[in-house]
Write a protein that binds this ligand. Sequence first.
Ligand SMILES: NC(=O)c1ccc[n+]([C@@H]2O[C@H](COP(=O)([O-])OP(=O)(O)OC[C@H]3O[C@@H](n4cnc5c(N)ncnc54)[C@H](OP(=O)(O)O)[C@@H]3O)[C@@H](O)[C@H]2O)c1
Length: 251
Amino acid sequence: MEMSGNTVLITGGATGIGYAMAELFLAAGNEVIICGRREERLIAAQRVHPELHVRISNVAKEGDRRKLAEWVTTTFGKLNILVNNAGVQRDIDFTKGIAEYLAGENEIAINLEAPVILSGLFIPLLTGKKGAAIINVSSGLGFVPAARMPVYSATKAGIHAFSLALRHQLAKTGIKVFEVVPPAVDTELNAEGRAQRGNFKADLKPAEYVASVMKAFENDVFEIGYGMTEGLIKASRPDLDKSFQQMNSRW
Ligand SMILES: NC(=O)c1ccc[n+]([C@@H]2O[C@H](COP(=O)([O-])OP(=O)(O)OC[C@H]3O[C@@H](n4cnc5c(N)ncnc54)[C@H](OP(=O)(O)O)[C@@H]3O)[C@@H](O)[C@H]2O)c1
């Protein structure tokens, strides 16, 4: 991927991995647009980087997705990279039935449906553009599910499958499809669940992690693992089963 001269939309770009990506794309000489639900976080990001373009948008809502696509098409017709990064993660205990699932945010709408629909909405704009790309952020848990996060894991497995299929479909259009597979990174993701687990904090900082991801983009590595997820991407089924047992031994 050419690392400068692009126009990049990053969903969920005001915090964590998306924000680190926004900063590095800006530093490399790209126009960057970020969106998210919390205005204050978008404004805080823009205060640090006044050149950032921001938009309030809830990618779980069909109307917001369409308005985002219309606004970007009208205002940033040069857009050539879509980053499907926005995500939420929840601990859900199905031994209690459906109650916990229904009581919180809709991971399927945010983590899986939104990237699918946004890809479909933006592909006409990306088609024919130099350096066109769709970047989907999945997770190591899409390869080895965490029992305490069953729906999250399923959405990320879905993103992996979607990315593989989309890469194949879009090859003839020239749109490259990348899948970023983060390991545990120190962000605000699932703060509630992490607090319940004794405020578990990953050592890896978003800026350090994303610096490595940017090198992979530059080298056209289409499935981007890091540390533990590097191994998971290449693991055999017996290895994946072993990782599953290790990760979920206490559930
Ligand atoms: N951190 C990790 O350990 C890890 C590991 C594997 C994969 N990932 C993935 O990395 C991606 C980024 O997560 P992160 O770790 O950087 O966590 P984060 O700091 O919580 O970032 C998630 C971002 O998504 C936005 N978002 C959530 N729901 C949204 C919605 N409905 N519409 C628009 N924006 C929405 C949030 O902003 P608002 O709340 O303001 O909308 C937030 O800026 C996610 O897809 C996550 O699953 C993270």
